[in-house]
Design a protein around this ligand. Structure first.
Ligand code: NAD
Length: 369
């Protein structure tokens, strides 16, 4: 008898249910071949939850997530126009995503930016820049900084509308995410790019001060400091220089989407959001309302999030590696999804469902072997 896991499944909005439908098929195969039992409990979350329950993160969903071993979350949110039908405090980020992160204090966000040599042609960067692929682990602080600080909006004494948002961190918040980043760097190539903006921001001065303390416990790790604006350029001109990168919340939000850009699509960006007691797993991208309902979304980011969940919340490292291998082999066989423009002939461009079929077929064979 294998192990038993309770997984909260939040399919999300727009393309969320389309890519989630493919991702959860992995659990059935692991049950069949490895006898692991996955109790998948679906729960409403996001814009559709607001329309059906009056809340984007309803109480019943909170209870399901509280009792789960891990949470698998699809992207949430609507188009800019449709979002206006929801009050600002219940819109995707403010009403669902940030409260989920705060509830489980998922402070360490792992965002792999990865292209195998055989997938390198998906990148819009020139072959001489990409060389034999990209392999970056971007670690973003996820529950502090500008996104979580106190906010205020009003009209000032001169009658002008104003807004005031606060970028706040304390040293404990900084230390815990840096420690995770150093551990990852130590386990990989012993190189850590520290992305900051200490020439302008006081918060980066404190960040760097704490980093100097944390690094004493990791003498084998070389730290390479880089200003965030310079890092944005360097990711395009020479991504091969990066291995592990660490940064505060907003820098990570922006640079990780740039990561999707240098890969060729946000659809290649899974992620893990890890807290002290619980983690949740989601694609780094949004709900892509522009392509919803067409069966053309790339489910790699969602299936990759399952691979990360298997390794990080269930300890199933071998099974996780087989999921990655299955997805890579589908691309290596010449298949692509519609978002990967550089991906070869249109004859091999497959739908969301067919990409899922191909991955499941390959994974089935790998698990049997
Ligand atoms: P987006 O990430 O949804 O889309 C940006 C572009 O990438 C679009 O052209 C889209 O078609 C494409 N894309 C994204 N994922 C793809 C995939 N798997 N396959 C193929 N193409 C893909 O960003 P947006 O349009 O700015 O935001 C849409 C909604 O998502 C908004 O409501 C936003 O608030 C929300 N959002 C949610 C999350 C989350 O759930 N974690 C993150 C970011 C944005």
């Amino acid at each position: 008898m294998g192990n038993a896991y309770k997984i909260a499944v939040l399919a999300g909005d727009a393309i969320g249910p389309e890519i989630m439908a493919q991702a959860v098929r992995v659990f059935d195969l692991l049950h069949t071949h490895r006898d692991h039992a996955f109790d998948l409990i679906e729960a409403p979350f996001g814009a559709h939850a607001y329309f059906s329950h009056g809340q984007s993160f309803p109480e019943e969903t909170q209870a399901i997530c509280d009792s789960a071993d891990a949470i698998l979350k699809g992207p949430v949110g609507l188009s800019f126009e449709d979002s206006q039908k929801i009050p600002p405090e219940e819109q995707a980020e403010r009403g669902a995503i940030l409260p989920l992160r705060a509830r489980y204090q998922t402070f360490a966000n792992f965002r792999p930016i990865y292209l195998s040599p055989d997938m390198a042609h998906f990148s819009p960067l020139k072959p001489e820049i990409i060389k034999d692929g990209i392999d970056i682990l971007l670690i973003r602080e996820l529950v502090g900084g500008l996104y979580f600080g106190p906010k205020e909006r009003g009209v000032n004494a001169e009658g002008l509308r104003y807004v005031h948002e606060t970028l706040a961190y304390d040293e404990a918040q900084i230390r815990r995410v840096l420690k995770v980043a150093f551990e990852q760097a130590q386990a990989r190539s012993c190189r850590l790019h520290n992305i900051h903006k200490s020439n302008v921001l006081m918060s980066s001065l404190l960040w760097n001060e704490v980093l100097d303390e944390v690094r004493e416990d990791f003498p084998s790790v070389e730290v390479i400091p880089m200003l965030v604006d310079a890092a944005a350029t360097a990711m395009c001109l020479n991504p091969g220089q990066f291995d592990v990168m660490v940064m505060e919340n907003m820098f990570g939000d922006i640079l990780s989407d740039q990561g999707g850009g240098i890969l060729g699509s946000l659809g290649l960006m899974p992620s893990a959001c890890v807290g002290p007691d619980k983690a949740y797993y989601e694609p780094s991208h949004g709900s892509a309302p522009d392509i919803a309902g067409q069966n053309i979304a790339n489910p790699y980011s969602m299936i990759g999030s399952v691979a990360m969940l298997l390794e990080m919340s269930c300890g199933l490292k071998e099974e996780s590696e087989l999921v990655w291998q299955a997805m890579k082999s589908v691309f290596e066989a010449g298949y692509t999804t519609a978002d990967l423009k550089g991906g070869g002939s249109s004859a091999n461009t497959v739908t969301t469902d067919v990409f899922g079929d191909l991955v499941i077929e390959k994974l089935d064979a790998l698990l049997k072997a």
